[in-house]
Structure formats: structure tokens, C-alpha cells
Design a protein around this ligand. Structure first.
Ligand code: ZN
Length: 312
């Protein structure tokens, strides 16, 4: 299974990767023993409007809650920084937002501290419907469609491999293959197995922790209902701004401002245009060199993963 645009705006790189797969790898699969499921644009509304979220402002990769318990208390640290992450006023031009934002970042890096701010902002939450990384309070329509597909593939197939395409996080110069913590293979072993230089577990040590992650859901579903089946669900995460501290701050800033724009509008049209342009750059960089490297990384990782599972 190849899937794209769980975060709508990331579906533009997703569609390129899907085309790469269809052109260069699909013809090499053996149809006798291999089925192929392509899900282009899990979140088509978000893709059309160049947003990560779905029409209900839900981050779908925080919405795959296995036990159906959308507990508002999963992320207590989020409350400490909620007003910092979710200002309730129209967004101003970037030149006016930059310094106040940096001041707030510095204040929050002292208390509650950088690690907690980063972890709490990215984990997901079910409490603030207008906040960033809102995971919803029920299973969203797009999520339900995927959950049914997972059930079907695990009913019908003994061995399931998924590659889900994302952009925005991680080093700019090297795409990261991310695997859920429930996968038993350590990331260094996985890197050897896939002949790919950068593989990370989706946890606080290596990447960052996510609650309601789609890949994690696949493992939980298998463990609960299909214990004799084999699953591997990974993501390709194409880093864009990069992972230095200034770039992490820049990425958090535009995440906050875009969310603010969606809920409270802009003080002037120029502010909206700037936020849109910066947000686009975070998920679909315009730089030709970046795009060419992304293609090379995608090709290398497809080759390594599909070969490792004996699919080519
Ligand atoms: Zn994503």
C-alpha cells in the first residue's frame, strides 16, 4: 500500500512519489503473489486547500486512536503552552510577528523547557478544537475509510507493507524513513536491511512521539485481531526547513500562524499571503535542488524497502 496526503498539503510531494512508484516500481512487482493498494489523497480537501488538516481542523495523523478513547487528558503539558501555541487574534505580517514570537519561544524554553515544548506541541491533543495538532474527538470520515481498508487488507493478505508519504520534519538534505515504536526492528537494523541511511522510530528519543498515528494503528489492529499476520507500516518524511534549532522555531512559528489565520483571519491581506507562502515552503519547497534530492531519496528508499520484503 502506498498512501499520500494524510496531511493534505503534503500530497504534492506525495503525488510525485506515487508517480515515481507507479513508473519505476509497480511494473517490477509480481502480480501472482502481490496485491497493490494505492490511496492518493487520504485528505483530498486538505490537499485542495493546501492545508494539513481536514475540514474539521483535525490532524488525521493524530486521529487513529485505536481504542476509541479520545481522552482530553493525554497531553497535560499542552495546557502549559496552550495560549502560546494558539493566540486568539488575527495574524499580522511576519515582520510584526517575528520578534514577539521569538520572545515567547525563549520564555517557554526556560519554562517548561525546550524538550517539553517540542514534545507537547507535536504529540497531539483532543481538548482544544482550534488548537494546533488537534486530533479530533471522534473518528473522522477519512480515518474511518482507512480503518476499513486496513481491515480488508489484513483479512485478505498474510503480509502487509505500507509506505505513507509525508513532508515537513527532519533534516532538509536527507529524507527520514520513520517507523512506529511498535515495530520490533531497531532503527539501525532497519537502516541496514533497507540499505537506507536514515531510519528513525517515531518516539521522543529519535523523532518525536505521536498519539493517534496511522502507522501505529496498523500494528495495534494486527496485534488485536490478526496475530499471525506480518505488518510493516512506515512513512517517508521529507525534511524541508531542516532540524536546526532556528529552523525548528521557524517551523513552529508558521504552524502557529497558519492555524491562527484559519481561525481568526489576518489583519491585512499581505499577512495572509506571507503566511500562505511560508506554509507552502514548509511542505512543498520550491527549490529545484531540494526536489531532485527528494526524488533520489524516494527512489533509494522504495528500492531498499521493497527489496527487503522480497517484493521486487
Ligand atoms: Zn505529515
Amino acid at each position: 500500500m502506498i498512501s499520500t496526503a494524510e496531511h493534505g498539503i503534503e500530497g504534492y510531494v506525495g503525488s510525485v512519489m506515487l508517480k515515481l512508484f507507479i513508473d519505476e516500481f509497480a511494473p517490477r512487482l509480481n502480480p501472482e503473489g502481490t496485491g497493490l493498494l494505492l490511496v492518493h489523497a487520504i485528505n483530498p480537501w486538505g490537499m485542495k486547500h493546501h492545508l494539513r488538516v481536514n475540514p474539521n481542523h483535525v490532524d488525521l495523523n493524530r486521529n487513529f486512536v485505536f481504542d476509541g478513547d479520545f481522552s482530553p487528558t493525554i497531553n497535560p503539558d499542552y495546557e502549559l503552552i496552550e495560549t502560546f501555541l494558539n493566540p486568539q487574534k488575527p495574524v499580522r505580517p511576519l515582520s510584526q510577528e517575528a520578534i514577539p514570537f521569538l520572545m515567547k519561544v525563549l520564555k517557554n524554553m526556560i519554562r517548561p523547557g525546550r524538550a517539553r515544548v517540542q514534545a507537547a506541541s507535536l504529540l497531539g491533543q483532543h481538548r482544544y478544537p482550534k488548537g494546533i495538532y488537534f486530533g479530533g474527538t471522534q473518528v473522522e470520515e477519512e480515518t474511518a475509510v482507512l480503518m476499513k481498508l486496513y481491515q480488508r487488507v489484513l483479512d485478505e493478505y498474510q503480509h502487509f507493507v505500507q509506505i505513507d508519504i509525508h513532508t515537513g520534519y527532519g533534516p532538509r538534505e536527507q529524507m527520514t524513513v520513520i517507523i512506529p515504536p511498535l515495530d520490533p526492528t531497531p532503527s539501525s537494523q532497519a537502516a541496514d536491511k533497507f540499505r537506507y541511511p536514515l531510519v528513525q522510530k517515531i518516539d521522543a528519543d529519535e523523532f518525536y512521539a505521536i498519539s493517534g498515528d496511522m502507522g501505529e494503528y496498523v500494528y495495534r489492529l494486527r496485534d488485536a485481531n490478526y496475530p499471525d499476520k506480518q505488518v510493516f507500516a512506515c512513512g517517508f518524511e521529507f525534511g524541508t526547513f531542516g532540524d536546526s534549532l532556528p529552523q525548528l522555531i521557524r517551523s513552529l512559528r508558521i504552524t502557529v500562524l497558519e492555524n491562527q489565520l484559519r481561525h481568526y483571519g489576518a489583519s491585512q491581506p499581505q499577512a495572509e499571503a506571507q503566511v500562505r507562502a511560508e506554509y507552502e515552503e514548509l511542505f512543498f519547497p520550491s527549490d529545484q535542488t531540494w526536489r531532485e534530492k527528494a526524488l533520489r531519496d524516494g527512489r533509494q528508499a522504495f528500492e531498499g524497502i521493497l527489496a527487503a520484503f522480497g517484493l521486487l
